[in-house]
Design a protein around this ligand. Structure first.
Ligand SMILES: [Zn+2]
Length: 255
């Protein structure tokens, strides 16, 4: 049984990077939960997350959890900031051969479908990479403070694509096989088709007003980081994708 430990960066009082109405801690959790759900379709693999809710954990607590669980591989998920663009991965400065080999396989599996600029396969003396006893990788999935990267990170489809890339990398690196009987639920006949990206709902004035109120409250409570969503709702300018993303944040999938 292969044990994969997924570490959603930041959480709780540590929001991570913040810009363009996005908080890193929610994005890393959404990606990590999706990775877990996708990996449930594979056999002989166990997945544990350092956190499944919006809570604070120190870096050494994350490493200790992975060590205590006896993880075979440690994957830490982050979103970058600081004025760049694109995707990069890190292994420890003195990484094992296994870490190097896994980075070589996993890095392109995530990068290529996303169409992000390749910032390269890197090394760093990060605590979670240093204090974990198993092979590790840390992924930086786009820049939250870059307008073009952030626009992508606001789409749930894109978040799912990042998660799928991590899973494809793990499948390739560890030779994972899909379970014989798919555990995916059958589509319900009455489920409406997913709306096309970029489409706006045909809401009444009061519905837009109510949405703006909800996003205003969420900002005051510190769930959303800026008034961008409130303004967009007031201007009747939200797409289905954006509303779906906000619903996920507010309804707790990201909390
Ligand atoms: Zn981070």
């Amino acid at each position: 049984m292969l044990k994969i430990f997924i570490d959603p960066g930041h959480g709780g009082t540590d929001p991570g990077a913040m810009a363009n109405g996005l908080l890193e801690k929610y994005l890393t959790l959404a990606i990590s939960l999706k990775i877990k759900s996708l990996l449930s379709q594979y056999e002989n693999v166990q997945v544990k997350l350092s956190r499944e809710t919006d809570k604070y954990l120190s870096l050494s607590a994350r490493a200790k959890l992975a060590n205590a669980w006896g993880a075979d591989y440690f994957m830490s998920i982050h979103i970058n900031a600081g004025g760049g663009t694109g995707f990069e991965t890190f292994i420890h400065t003195n990484a094992s051969n296994a870490s190097v080999a896994n980075q070589n396989v996993i890095h392109p599996e995530i990068l290529i479908p996303l169409g992000f600029k390749d910032r390269g396969k890197k090394r760093a003396n990060y605590l979670v990479l240093r204090e974990t006893k198993m092979p590790t990788i840390l992924t930086e999935n786009g820049f939250i403070d870059n307008a073009s990267d952030a626009a992508k990170l606001k789409q749930t489809d894109f978040i799912d694509k990042i998660a799928q890339g991590h899973v494809n990398g793990l499948v390739k690196a560890f030779g994972l096989k899909k379970k014989a009987q798919s555990t995916q639920p059958k589509k319900q006949p009455n489920t409406p088709e997913r709306k096309l990206s970029g489409m706006k709902p045909n809401w009444k004035d009061w519905q837009w007003k109510e949405a703006a109120e909800i996003y205003k409250k969420a900002r005051v409570k510190g769930i959303l980081s800026s008034d961008e969503w409130e303004k967009k709702a007031a201007a009747k300018n939200l797409t289905f994708d954006e509303i779906e993303y906000l619903n996920l944040v507010l309804n707790g999938r990201l909390l």
